[in-house]
Design a protein around this ligand. Structure first.
Ligand SMILES: Nc1ncnc2c1ncn2[C@@H]1O[C@H](COP(=O)(O)OP(=O)(O)OP(=O)(O)O)[C@@H](O)[C@H]1O
Ligand SMILES: O=C(O)[C@H](O)COP(=O)(O)O
Length: 400
């Protein structure tokens, strides 16, 4: 990475200084507001601990959800509690992210103490990347660290705007690690390189499919988007999800794969349901035999076998998006089988990278997260990076 990192800042440089650290604590919560997965909080610990050990005063900023103004359900109080348990030290929490209360609590911080600001998205100026708001956020700090990989694709005040008011502006350890895995997988991968792309919509994955076609040796497609490809080939897809306006595009993507010599694999069989529900009746059918009244909600066992064979000799695999409606147990088998396959090939030295919220949730559901080479904490951010886009939150940091 060509960006300056927190590792380059010594205790002599930062002891007693106030660090504004952007983290992505946008964690999933249940109906009661309990955190159901603290991965993103744990992922920020190396940067926070490094800064506190070097004697800095750590001021954490994050968004949480997509509030329209102040929303008590989207306060970061439960996150502060969880973070203080994980750090084994008290985390001071403020009720706002700018203003007098924040200034007073920051002024009272001792070296090595940690403070968490309230949800920065309570101000609409955050997402507008308003310079005055960015200046107010920056006013409480001496330097800036961005460790919010999951939010690096947003040009917001706390991810991009603040860098104009704080120096140095450096990357944290999580950002460094994410870039290292995702960029090297796409720019200098050990080959063969395979990408598995799933999820529901062709339209939301076109960018990544097109970019991956340029880089990959094998492209494996699953999830709801397969039916747009089948229909483009003239197959009957019953009531399955189809994006009618993307049929031509699907055709051209397949043609492009052929032209480039990329192995392009679609499932050979699917699990067809009579309705979109967890208790739907499910039958496995070959793709040229999808009954009229049914919808495909998972890939079938033959497809899993075909995909496994294709992945067996790969040295790098990137996976984004589930193979089926894995939230319903009856339609989770395809996604879970792919998760197991990746765990198996990881053991033989293949680099396996899981990017994106749903695929990560699926891998976690089957307890295989720690067997993958890298699990990205960024959904949209990892996709945009794989698409070759510039991430504004990274671009704004100081060059190394
Ligand atoms: N055959 C299918 N029919 C309808 N929906 C499907 C099908 N297969 C998968 N899905 C749904 O697709 C959703 C994920 O699709 P989406 O395009 O949003 O991917 P994503 O959230 O971007 O994935 P990721 O976060 O892993 O990148 C899941 O909720 C899953 O239930
Ligand atoms: O969960 C995410 O992908 C990030 O925290 C970004 O959230 P956003 O899509 O609301 O900007």
């Amino acid at each position: 990475m060509s960006k300056k990192t927190v590792a380059t800042l010594s205790a002599a440089d930062i002891s007693g200084k106030r660090a504004l650290v952007r983290v992505d604590f946008n964690v999933p919560v249940d109906d009661q507001g309990n955190i159901t997965d603290d991965t993103r909080i744990r992922a920020a610990l190396p940067t926070i601990k490094d800064l506190t050990q070097k004697g800095a005063k750590v001021i954490l900023a994050s968004h949480f959800g997509r509030p329209k103004g102040v929303d008590d359900k989207l306060r970061l109080t439960p996150v502060a509690k969880r973070l203080s348990e994980l750090l084994g030290q008290e985390v001071v929490k403020t009720d706002d992210c700018i203003g007098d209360e924040v200034a007073a609590k920051v002024a009272a911080l001792a070296n090595g103490q940690v403070l968490l600001l309230e949800n920065v998205r309570f101000y609409k100026e955050e997402e507008k990347n308003d310079p005055e708001f960015a200046q107010k956020l920056a006013a409480n700090a001496d330097f800036y660290v961005n460790d919010a990989f999951g939010t690096a694709h947003r040009a917001h005040a706390s991810t991009e705007g603040v860098t104009k008011f704080l120096s140095p502006s450096v990357a944290g350890y999580l950002v460094e690690k994410e870039l290292q895995y995702l960029q090297s997988a796409i720019e200098a991968p050990k080959r063969p390189l395979a990408a598995i792309v799933g999820g529901s919509k062709v339209s939301s994955k076109i960018g990544v499919i097109e970019t991956l076609l340029e880089k990959c040796d094998k492209l494996i497609i699953g999830g709801g988007m397969i039916f747009t490809f089948y229909k483009a080939r003239g197959l009957n897809v019953g009531k399955s999800l189809v994006e009618e306006d993307k049929l031509e595009l699907a055709k051209s993507l397949e043609a492009k794969a052929k032209e480039k010599g990329v192995t392009f694999l679609l499932p050979t069989d699917i699990v067809a349901a009579d309705k979109f529900a967890p208790d739907a009746d499910a039958v496995t059918v070959s793709i040229d035999n999808i009954p009229d009244g049914r919808m495909g909600l998972d890939i079938g066992p033959d497809s899993v076998k075909v995909f496994q064979d294709a992945l067996a000799d790969c040295k790098t695999v990137i996976w984004n998006g589930p193979m089926g409606v894995f939230e319903f147990d009856k339609f989770a088998a395809g996604t879970e089988a792919i998760a197991h396959t990746l765990a198996d090939i990881s053991k033989t030295g293949t680099t396996t990278i899981i990017g994106g919220g749903d695929s990560v949730a699926a891998v976690e559901k089957v307890g295989l997260a720690d067997q993958m080479s890298h699990i990205s904490t960024g959904g949209g951010a990892s996709l945009e990076l794989l698409e070759g886009k510039v991430l504004p939150g990274i671009a704004a940091l100081d060059e190394a």
